[in-house]
Design a protein around this ligand. Structure first.
Ligand code: NAD
Ligand code: UD1
Length: 344
């Protein structure tokens, strides 16, 4: 298939491009580089020995997106483009709603006009809110989000579900849509080559890039956000999924979308929770020295526990994770130690 990735130069998009090319699909990427660099795609081409059609464009700009889609006529769109920093979304809600919602609406309008059918969306476990106890299953009701970023995911899921429903009833859609909503848990790690990886701008918000930067000497120590939770070591537990496992989940999702119509939701996680201190310890083993940390106060908005029930993805997509925290830490360290300043 020919697959267009919006936001394909970003962290998850670039790894998915590798997985799709390795699986024999053709890949086009549309990105405005607001949080990435075209260098990531050059390295995707280096890893795979295959070329990518690359467009610098804003996924919310309808006339430009129409031109690209008319040229490519992809069998499937995977929509990664979006702003994703939780804290920043609280400070800049208008920018977050504008960018994340507009890009999805633009893509839907273009797909409707061109009769394109298949759409895979980057959603997040954040839509479960904190109303449920893990493991989270897809049929649980979506919860209240604690920040504008989370609400954009919640709303985009709803918009896509409504559009798929309308398209199935005929209305003025040329084709019934096929929408796959992928709820990621905590994507971490890098491609095993160490050529591509996570390259956050400024001070990392997320745990793994922060640990990596401490390990490589860019930062002094990690602050662990609270050790007084009701967990075995007092720190929060998450479902850390290797980004290449996640990427392979997208290959399965795109292939599934091509065979179906309507909306389907899948958790992409391992089902195994690890605490913050588990990750610190595992990273220390991978990099060969202890990662300095101190215990700080809880972070506002954090939930104690989050992990997936990933049975549905196994049953329906035939997908399951193959890599554990040792591979995650090994590959994250390989990327960080060979690229201490990211793509710069
Ligand atoms: P990322 O920032 O590395 O990638 C997003 C890409 O989208 C970047 O390359 C950015 O330049 C591009 N982009 C943003 N707005 C754009 C626009 N208007 N037009 C064109 N390109 C645009 O982030 P990521 O970690 O790769 O995340 C990809 C997707 O997965 C995002 O939608 C994110 O919300 C979602 N997600 C990420 C995580 C995570 O932990 N990384 C978890 C759950 C969901
Ligand atoms: C966060 C977002 C979530 C988003 C995801 C991916 C919040 C509340 N949630 O998830 O919506 O989908 O990122 O972008 O922000 N930690 C530390 N010290 C640090 C950083 C993190 O102790 O410096 C801890 C956190 O308290 C948490 C765990 O590490 O317990 C993982 O944090 P993080 O990587 O930010 O992911 P989430 O909070 O799970």
């Amino acid at each position: 298939m020919k697959i267009l990735l919006t936001g394909g130069a970003g962290y998850i998009g670039s790894h998915t491009a590798v997985a799709l090319l390795d699986a024999g699909h053709a890949v086009a990427v549309l990105d405005n580089y607001s949080n990435s660099s075209p260098e990531a795609i050059r390295r995707v081409e280096q890893i795979t020995g295959k070329s990518v059609n690359l467009y610098e464009a804003d996924a919310a700009d309808k006339s430009v997106v129409m031109d690209i889609l008319k040229k490519e006529m992809p069998d499937c769109i995977i929509h990664f483009a979006g702003l994703k920093a939780v804290g920043e979304s609280v400070e800049k809600p208008v920018e977050y709603y504008r960018n994340n919602i507009d890009t999805t609406l633009t893509l839907l309008e273009c797909m409707k006009e061109l009769g394109l059918k298949n759409f895979v969306f980057s959603s997040s476990a954040t839509v479960y809110g904190d109303d449920h106890k893990p493991p989270f299953t897809e049929e649980m009701t979506k919860g209240a989000c604690t920040n504008p970023y989370g609400w954009t995911k919640w709303m985009q899921e709803q918009m896509l579900t409504d559009a798929a429903l309308a398209s199935e009833k005929g209305s003025d859609w040329k084709e019934p849509l096929s929408v796959v909503l992928l709820r990621y848990f905590n994507p971490v790690g890098s491609h095993e080559s160490g050529l591509i990886g996570e390259d956050p701008q400024g001070i990392p918000n997320n745990l793994m890039p922060f640990i990596s930067q401490v390990a490589v000497g860019r930062r002094d120590h990690l602050t662990v956000f609270g050790d007084d939770y009701d967990t075995p070591d007092g720190t929060c537990r998450r479902d850390y999924i290797h980004v290449m496992d996640l990427a392979e989940g997208h290959v399965k999702a795109a292939e599934y979308a091509a065979e179906h119509t309507g909306t389907e939701v899948f958790n992409l996680g391992t089902g195994n929770p690890y605490s913050v201190l588990d990750m610190v310890k595992a990273f220390g083993a991978a990099c060969g020295h202890d990662v300095a940390y101190e215990i700080g106060p809880r972070r506002a908005g954090d939930i104690q526990d989050s992990w997936a029930n990933a049975d549905k993805a196994l049953k329906v997509l035939g997908w399951e994770t193959k890599r554990g925290i040792d591979e995650i830490c090994r590959d994250a360290w390989n990327w960080q130690s060979h690229n201490p300043n990211g793509y710069k």
